[in-house]
Design a protein around this ligand. Structure first.
Ligand SMILES: Nc1nc2c(ncn2[C@@H]2O[C@H](COP(=O)(O)OP(=O)(O)OP(=O)(O)O)[C@@H](O)[C@H]2O)c(=O)[nH]1
Ligand SMILES: [Mg+2]
Length: 356
């Protein structure tokens, strides 16, 4: 959206909602004067007499604020973080002829670098420090510079260098897709093997209902957490079995649906029960799954079973190893600090086009 630069714009820079401090930016021709009409500095001097970048304390329409002039036509205004103070100041400025501009429109208009702007939008949705750090790298030019290098290599006819960079970028596309959208990890298995207990152990608190009777979980219960700094949505599902009643059957269908859309399936088995044909059928149906043998605090049932992680959801044994395994499956090759990572569909498309 093109922004009318002839009017004074008011942009809220801090996220909406309650907070300690909110920051508004007022910019455009006459911004300083527009703010001055409603502002009384504690030292009684007009804003224009203060040197640029100096903090000025005072009241704006009675509301306590701290102001800073950033150049001739820009004022940064810090006020109490509640929505009431922000709306009052915004409305007051709007009634004085200023126009409210949404922060996304402001960024899109003021940042020419599209990747840098997209990174800021994505940063607002980042859920962990680790994903935010990667997005910040892209905002600061990691991806932009790499794309430039690739274009240069192509122009100089250095196809093998270009190919190497392109392959590395495409290899990180899956990670980029998840910087703002959690990975979906679905826990599944036959009834009563300890799926709900495992999800609670992974999350570190009780969220799913655990019960000694098989068929306790009948819905798909999800919770969002971070594993190794990666945002993950864990999904507990109804125990999979052939014979079941209507409600349970619906839960089983939902479980299968979740499994087929999952980024990673974790199949849980009960190590204290002998390995069965039904267990084998599950492994065959979900070949990419991580296999987990639970209840390792109990004596193991005799007989062979496929290799997998041994855990005790009840006693906590093996949970750290399971978390590590999940992380390794989701991001087998974490990018080094400052690495380029494409994080939007359009960016991945651009890299693919360069590859052609
Ligand atoms: N000894 C032992 N018991 C466990 C362990 N994990 C779960 N259990 C017990 O096994 C029973 C079933 O646990 P749940 O976590 O409800 O199992 P589930 O797979 O979610 O069961 P459904 O939702 O019914 O399919 C409960 O009595 C748990 O306390 C474990 O590691 N060791
Ligand atoms: Mg359950």
């Amino acid at each position: 959206m093109a922004i009318d630069r002839a009017v004074i714009r008011v942009i809220q820079l801090t996220p909406p909602g309650r907070g300690a401090v909110a920051t508004l930016r007022v910019e455009g021709p006459g911004a300083v004067e527009a703010v001055q009409t409603r502002f009384h500095a504690r030292d009684g001097k007009p804003l224009t007499t203060h040197s640029a970048d100096r903090l000025v304390v005072g009241r704006f329409d009675g509301e306590e604020v701290v102001l800073r002039c950033r150049g001739e036509d820009t004022v940064e205004l810090h006020c109490h973080g509640g929505t009431a103070a922000v709306s009052m100041i915004e409305e007051s400025l709007v009634s004085a002829g200023c126009r409210r501009v949404a922060w996304r429109d402001w960024i899109a208009d003021s940042l020419e670098d599209r990747i840098a702007a997209d990174a800021l939008f994505a940063l607002a949705d980042a859920r962990t420090e680790r994903t935010a750090a990667i997005l910040l790298d892209q905002h600061q030019g990691a991806l932009g510079r790499e794309m430039e290098e690739i274009r240069r290599a192509i122009n100089y006819g250095d196809a093998s260098a270009a190919r190497q960079w392109i392959d590395a970028l495409l290899g990180r596309a899956e990670l980029g897709r998840h910087l703002v959208r959690p990975w979906s990890v679905v826990l599944a298995g036959r009834p009563n093997v300890g799926k709900s207990s495992t999800i609670n152990a992974l999350a570190g608190y009780a969220r799913a209902i655990v019960h000694y009777a098989p068929g306790t979980t009948r819905d798909a219960v999800t919770l969002t957490t971070a594993i190794d700094g990666w945002p993950v949505e864990l999904c507990d599902t109804a125990g999979l079995r052939e014979e079941s009643d209507g409600v349970e059957q619906a839960g089983i269908e939902l479980a299968k649906q979740r499994l087929s859309h999952a980024d990673l399936a974790v199949l849980i088995f009960d190590r204290s029960e002998p390995w069965s044909d039904d267990d084998q059928a599950l492994v065959k149906k979900w070949p990419g799954a991580v296999l987990v043998h639970n209840k390792c605090d109990l004596p193991a049932a005799p007989g062979d079973r496929p290799a997998g992680l041994s855990i005790s959801a009840l006693a906590g044994g093996g949970i750290a190893a399971l978390l590590e395994t999940i992380s390794r499956h989701l991001v087998p090759d974490p990018p080094p600090l400052g690495a380029a990572v494409p994080f939007t569909v359009e960016q991945v498309e651009t890299v693919r086009r360069l590859s052609e």
